[in-house]
Unconditional design. Structure first.
Length: 310
């Protein structure tokens, strides 16, 4: 009988966004997970560039993204930094949160995950998934740890949903959001279709009491990494006192038997939950409906057009 192979999850105390400390911390996390990158490997670095609103807290911190890119460049890999906000361009959000400036000395620019390719969904229908994401050898999902009105908590797995091109994400909420479990299955369909995804989560300053845009800062002082996004997110959720019953995406992943979703399939390789103080972290007591009303979708499209013209 083959021995059980547990998925490594690395959690690390990191209290600040100091540049030199972050470069060392990211290297330590990636090494602890047994990950390496080949020379010439095409790696999509996928931050969470959700909005130009409250960008300092709603988006992945630019210094975390920069530290990831420094490590990849040191390995000889070929990183591409890209995302696809539901409304507006990745470049504008990157500029607002400071990522454009943080990457300047590395010779990297932020691209938009565009050029949709049809992805057949497990429940029927299709959605447009970025060819830029599909063409990568691997993806590094560099997410922000934050509460969410519909999913309660989001991290590296939900961040992969950003590979769906532009407003198609919001349109999916309009079309499918009133079908129980449908949006959760859609997120996992996207994860399954993409190249292998590594999770790296910015929880140095997390977001709670709101989200994914309008929340408050929570000083957790944590960075996390795992070769399996579900394993990392499950560890973070448990650390924050949440269970699968609290988190629709985690519950759906468990019902599908996805290995990383089961904490018994993972092992912590650096710090443990006891090394972090999550006292006072607040997530939503009740969740908002998954469905976006059509007027919200139209309003978002108008705002996106105005941003492009402005």
């Amino acid at each position: 009988m083959e021995p059980v192979r547990h998925i490594p999850v690395a959690l690390l105390r990191q209290p600040t966004y100091a540049r030199s400390a972050l470069v060392a911390a990211v290297e330590r996390l990636i090494t602890a997970c047994g990950l390496d990158f080949a020379r010439g490997e095409r790696v999509l670095v996928k931050p969470n560039l959700v909005s130009r609103v409250n960008p300092g807290l709603s988006c992945t911190h630019p210094e975390v993204v920069r530290a990831v890119c420094v490590h990849l460049l040191d390995c000889g890999a070929r990183p591409t930094v890209a995302d696809s906000p539901a409304f507006g361009s990745a470049g504008r959000v990157a500029s607002a949160c400071g990522l454009t400036e943080a990457l300047r000395d590395l010779g990297l620019r932020v691209a938009t995950l565009d050029r949709p390719a049809p992805l057949a969904l497990s429940d029927g229908g299709h959605i447009g998934l970025s060819r830029r994401a599909l063409e990568a050898d691997r993806i590094l999902s560099v997410a922000k740890l934050k509460t969410h009105g519909q999913f309660r908590l989001t991290a590296s797995t939900k961040n992969l949903f950003g590979a769906v091109c532009g407003c198609r994400k919001a349109l999916a909420h309009v079309r499918l959001g009133d079908i129980p479990g449908r949006m959760e299955r859609l997120v996992l369909d996207v994860r399954r279709a993409l190249p292998p995804a590594i999770g790296l989560v910015d929880g140095i300053t997390a977001m709670h009491r709101g989200g994914p845009i309008h929340g408050q800062a929570f000083a957790l002082g944590l960075l996390g990494c795992s070769p399996d996004t579900l394993a990392l997110d499950a560890a973070l959720s448990g650390l924050l006192g949440l269970a699968p019953a609290d988190l629709p995406l985690w519950a759906e992943a468990l019902s599908q038997g996805l290995p990383g979703a089961d904490p018994a399939s993972t092992r912590l390789v650096l710090d443990g939950p006891q090394d972090f103080d999550a006292t006072g972290f607040e997530s939503a007591a009740s969740l908002c409906p998954m469905r976006f009303e059509p007027l919200r979708f139209v309003g978002g499209r108008i705002k996106s057009l105005l941003h492009r013209l402005g």
